[in-house]
Design a protein around this ligand. Sequence first.
Ligand code: HEC
Length: 177
Amino acid sequence: MNASGTSGRRLGVLWGVVTVGMAVSAGGGPVVRAQEPSDTTIAAGRRIYTQKADCQACHGWAGDGQKMDYQSPDGANLRVSTLDRDQLIFVIKCGLPGRDMPAFDRLSYTDDRCLGRTRADLGRMGLKLPDPATTLQSREIERVADFLLTKVVGQGEMDRAKCVDFWGEEVDVCSEF
Ligand code: HEC
């Protein structure tokens, strides 16, 4: 781990603290809760994760950090993540500057949606942000978050039963468990 990685991690912790604070202070009005995720929206989230946004290149198809592309950065093991829905959405939108996690919101770092920081601020702080394979709309980001919350985050190690549930059917990769 190099010096920028270390300061990046420190910022990541700060990022987390600020986000939680924001979520709490933002709780003024009634929370407009989107519809509960259905099988269809969760499947859509999985397709965005594995295909459109190619999260699996760095995080592995099961989200366990066993990346699919050996040249990609080592993504976090999302199965042991403790982030809640708002925090997941924030990290997917704004990425983790300095830690190789791209920002998937097209407008990230152009207005106040990423804690008011701009690309120029990140440059001044010496924090690199990789470009995502594609940008995602808010609704797509919510679907990925709901997919992760249902099938990945806090789910523990992948096993055969979880694998079949994950894919919705018995697929070849599940036979390795
Ligand atoms: C280019 C590689 C790459 C891609 C693509 C990528 N990530 Fe990441 N992601 C990372 C890295 C690296 C980290 C941070 C690892 C660390 O320093 O702990 C990370 C961290 C995260 C975290 C924070 C986990 C935690 O508990 O702190 C979440 C959530 C996440 N990624 C979700 C996603 C999703 C969803 C996608 C697709 C929309 C995605 N990532 C695409 C590399 C990537």
